[in-house]
Design a protein around this ligand. Structure first.
Ligand SMILES: Cc1ncc(COP(=O)(O)O)c(C=O)c1O
Length: 319
């Protein structure tokens, strides 16, 4: 089976449930699994607050495990109240899954692969990211100018009662304009969307504060289905290569020595001190790309985290 055929699973109506946001997919999944008040979940301490907030809202207690400077995870705690372990494919780099699988098998714990950054990627054994744990979380809205779009996938034998559901609501006019420009940009290679972003900034807060668990609408789902994934994989890899060469010239320190062959980058991640970020920002802007720190850490982590947690920057490769 070729890689493109593997992507069909994103649209499998038995195995996937599509939502507006990745955090909603996670929240809905945890509820389906009856993980709730008083239960515990293992999460990496390097994680964004959007994820922790939705888990805390369900009354689930979070136990954090450590992540080191190379993004390798430490030991997992033992506790009979732990119902799930969440591992993250940071920036599209496949995390090491074997140790997590062994731990989950031994302790009868559900393994959730947070693949919000890993759409389209595979690990070195050719396994599609997001299909290696019992469940996978995806956020395709991060990869394309859709603003909404995410899903979870069921890779286990567990039968969930939630039914495949796409809403009939239609997006507003801004969405159609942006999508038309994106399609045009793909044909012409003119960076129109970055200009538009400058003059019509997205209302990020509105969508990011919409924590209702809503299904994706039919138009965005259809647009996602129509994307030429092979072309997008090539675009991301090429862009990554050129940024890797140029950003390191300006002093960015690579987090990972090499992008694995079958991985597809969400962004170019690097460590950087405040003094040199201006140069790198210039480089990104020239390419019509956004640079920012990642992640927006939860309050309970910021207070005690290793210094390097606050020196992580990314150049987002999305148009
Ligand atoms: C690792 C990770 N998982 C999940 C999410 C949630 O995705 P979304 O923003 O679509 O809710 C994010 C981003 O917020 C993330 O960085």
């Amino acid at each position: 089976m070729n890689d493109l055929a593997n992507y069909d699973v994103y649209f499998n109506e038995e195995l996937t449930r599509h939502f507006k946001l990745g955090r909603s997919a996670l929240s809905s999944l945890l509820s389906q699994l009856n993980i709730g008040i008083g239960d515990k979940i293992l999460l990496p301490s390097l994680i964004c607050r959007e994820v922790t907030q939705i888990i805390q809202k369900l009354g689930i207690n979070i136990i954090y495990y450590n992540v080191d400077k190379q993004f390798r995870y430490g030991e997992f705690e033992q506790d009979s109240k732990i119902k799930a372990l969440l591992v993250v494919n940071y920036f599209g780099y496949p995390c090491e899954i074997i140790k997590a699988k062994e731990y989950c098998l031994k302790n009868s714990i559900i393994l959730i692969e947070d693949n919000a950054h890993g759409l389209l990627g595979f690990d070195s054994d050719g396994n599609l990211l997001g299909t290696r744990g019992d469940f996978g979380i995806f956020s395709y809205r991060k990869f394309f100018p859709l603003s909404q779009g995410a899903f979870y996938i069921n890779n286990s034998n567990c039968v969930l009662t939630d039914k495949f559901n796409i809403s009939n609501k239609t997006p507003n006019i801004t969405f159609y304009i942006k999508w038309a420009l994106y399609v045009f940009q793909n044909k012409t290679r003119l960076n129109i969307l970055s200009y538009i972003r400058k003059y019509m900034p997205e209302k990020k807060e509105a969508i990011d504060n919409d924590n209702s668990i809503s299904s994706i609408d039919i138009i965005r789902y259809f647009c996602f289905k129509k994307i030429d994934f092979a072309k997008e994989v090539r675009r991301r890899k090429l862009l990554y290569k050129s940024l890797e060469i140029n950003a390191t010239k300006y002093g960015a320190l690579k987090i990972f020595s090499k992008l694995p062959d079958k991985a597809v980058p969400y962004c170019f991640p690097f460590y950087c001190d405040d003094e040199i970020i201006l140069k790198i920002r210039e480089l990104a802007t020239k390419n019509g790309l956004k640079v920012y720190r990642w992640p927006d850490l939860p309050d309970e982590i910021i207070q005690n985290c290793p210094e390097f947690y606050q020196k992580i920057w990314i150049i987002n490769l999305s148009a």
